[in-house]
Design a protein around this ligand. Sequence first.
Ligand SMILES: [Fe+2]
Length: 264
Amino acid sequence: MKLKPEQIQDNWEIFLNNIEVHITGERKQKLLDFYKKYEDRIMLMPAAHKKEYHNAFPGGYVEHVNRVVRCAIKQCELWKEESADMSTFTIEELVFSAINHDLGKMGDEENESYIPQTDKWRRDKLGEDYMFNKKVPFASVPDRGLFMLQSHGIQYTFNEMLAIQTHDGLYDEANKKYLFSYMPEQKPRTCLPFILHQADLMAARIEFEREWLPKLNEEQGSLDKLKENYTLGTTPNTSKKLSTKTKALGSMKSDGLKNMLDNL
Ligand SMILES: [Fe+2]
């Protein structure tokens, strides 16, 4: 999957517009300044470094984040219709969390997390266009994202911290402390983290389907064609195979087995 330069530019404008429309107060300008500062990096970032993951192509990150924002707003409507308690969070908190949920993927101030793959074999044989930048010290994506926000003076609420921290749901074991408790008082007091997780899951799944289902179907088609040449079939162009089958049955001594195979 590849995005055209115009699509990358359009997606970036949608990204900034989400901040313009949904974020208020002093932090709105700070957030815009932050993203303008890292514009060249973030606009072209992939959402992942391995092609098996979602949106691992230039511009894939912003495309993914914009989809998560859209899905989060739609999911929120669904929760509202089903009478979830909407008083526990605001739409600004929802959109802020969606915009910044994967920010930790950018790396740190100096270095990008994902850089072009230098290993020719991995590029050619595994199709990996990116690799991890070893200059960036390890931190989880949510931890680094929250660190980048606070180091640029961008405040976030308790709800936003919780939603960004747990956006991978129980796919990340570290979230068990927030999401796996049976004690009512230890459960999140808002459905915001669940809405964001569902939106992220939905977006990543759609991106996977778009990239991989056509390839897998194509591979299956080629495999089926290949199999036709090696299977005892009854289609008109398999006369050679039928004669092989007849020959094979003729050399069989067991009548029971012969009958059974003859009926195939
Ligand atoms: Fe994500």
